[in-house]
Design a protein around this ligand. Structure first.
Ligand code: 1QQ
Length: 386
């Protein structure tokens, strides 16, 4: 027999094949993860990766998906559109993963998700909160709670507790998420009839915000409404305080990371952010998640880690109902069809997908009073809404 292996290695290869055969055909389920692990958005991406890793480890330790092990194929999309596109192409066409989690930013999702959609491969965002993401197509899923959902509650709560009558608005005008946050803040302020003293903008990568903040200060607002990612948002808070602008700052999901306390230190006092997750929420699922995360990573989790952790449970529950055939195209579609049926209770609470019928990702007949917000943070204090 012609074999590339010498005799002793042939025996080994045969033994390995027999062992694999006897393990009830256990296979690996390759799941792609494209997150910002370097660059400014890594503040979020690293937490997200930790959440996925913790969940995958726990699921595998408990027997995997019907005996099959989850294997994460991890790519760093650097929080950049072009890198997210490259990472998606690699994961979908080269690594041939079953589905892709990510990318970290809505800005990248808007560019990269159409690749997954065209390849009929599920893309699942855990931190994509802008309008217009799920309307990319029926293979696009997210468990991130949107700016359209959260910001009206954040505004209402901050206004009530901090006695705010008029606000200045500051937002990044070159990013899908910060622009969408601005649109939703604007609408919420109009709905509540709160006057805006001035609206100022900045761009990604800016480091000096004094011109905008000086203009804002001159209009004497009771608060600054800020749609920013943390890389710009943290220095904005520092510079506002340096200029003597000590009013509350009302932020969106970009400011929803404990990293803001490290980056802006005392200048982050007076920050109001709405979140679908709270470390103070003492359900058994959340407490178990927080304990396990602390043990594995030696630090407390944040909302981004919690949503990634839950997303892996959601995908796993769908996968358990799918009979994988080994025909990748078929298996990808089967997973897509199974996902909408999932209902799990995780670290962020009870979860079910809703079918989006508008660009904000809201279903028809959406009831604003059923908002999935559990907390609004103010500095390190939590104002529990539900
Ligand atoms: C988005 C976001 C960012 C804050 C993700 C980290 O919500 O880009 O949609």
């Amino acid at each position: 027999m012609n074999s590339p292996f010498p005799r002793s290695l042939r025996a080994l290869a045969l033994a390995a094949a027999l062992a694999a055969g006897s393990a009830a055909q256990a296979a690996d389920i390759k799941i792609g993860m494209a997150e910002a692990l370097s660059g400014p958005a890594a503040q979020y991406g690293q937490s997200i990766r930790n959440g996925f890793q913790l969940a995958a480890d726990q699921i595998n330790a408990a027997g995997g998906v019907n005996g099959d092990k989850i294997v994460l194929v991890i790519e760093d999309e650097q929080g950049k559109k072009e890198e997210a596109i490259n990472a998606f192409k690699k994961l979908i066409f080269q690594d041939r993963v079953l589905m892709v989690f990510g990318p970290t930013l809505s800005n990248s999702a808007q560019a990269a998700d159409p690749i997954a959609q065209a390849a009929k491969t599920v893309v699942f965002g855990t931190s994509n909160t802008a309008d217009g993401i799920t309307s990319i197509g029926d293979f696009v899923f997210r468990n991130s709670v949107t700016e359209a959902d959260v910001l009206p509650v954040t505004i209402k709560t901050a206004v009530k507790h901090a006695g705010i009558k008029k606000v200045a608005v500051l937002y990044g005008n070159d990013d899908v998420f910060t622009k969408s946050g601005y649109d939703n803040f604007k609408k919420a302020l109009e709905d509540l009839k709160i006057p805006v003293t001035t609206t100022e903008t900045f761009a990604k990568g800016d480091v000096d915000f004094k011109a905008q903040l000086t203009k804002i200060k001159a209009t004497n607002p009771d608060a600054i409404v800020l749609s920013a990612l943390i890389a710009e948002g943290a220095p904005i808070m520092v510079q506002a305080r340096q200029l003597g602008l000590n009013v509350p700052v009302i932020g969106g999901n970009g400011m929803n990371s404990v990293k803001v306390f490290e980056l802006a230190k005392g200048a982050s006092d007076g920050l109001w952010v709405g979140s679908p997750w709270s470390i103070e929420n003492k359900t058994k699922e959340n407490s178990a998640f927080i304990d396990a995360y602390n043990k594995k990573f030696g630090a407390a989790p944040d909302q981004f880690a919690a949503q990634a952790f839950d997303a892996m449970q959601i995908a796993t529950q769908a996968l358990k109902t799918v009979k994988l055939t080994g025909d990748l195209a078929k298996d990808r579609v089967a997973l897509r069809n199974a996902l909408p049926e999932v209902s799990v209770t995780g670290a962020t609470g009870a979860f079910k997908f809703r079918r989006a019928t508008d660009k904000a990702g809201k279903p028809a007949g959406y009831d604003a009073d059923q908002l999935p917000i559990v907390s609004v943070t103010r500095g390190n204090a939590y104002v529990i809404e539900k």
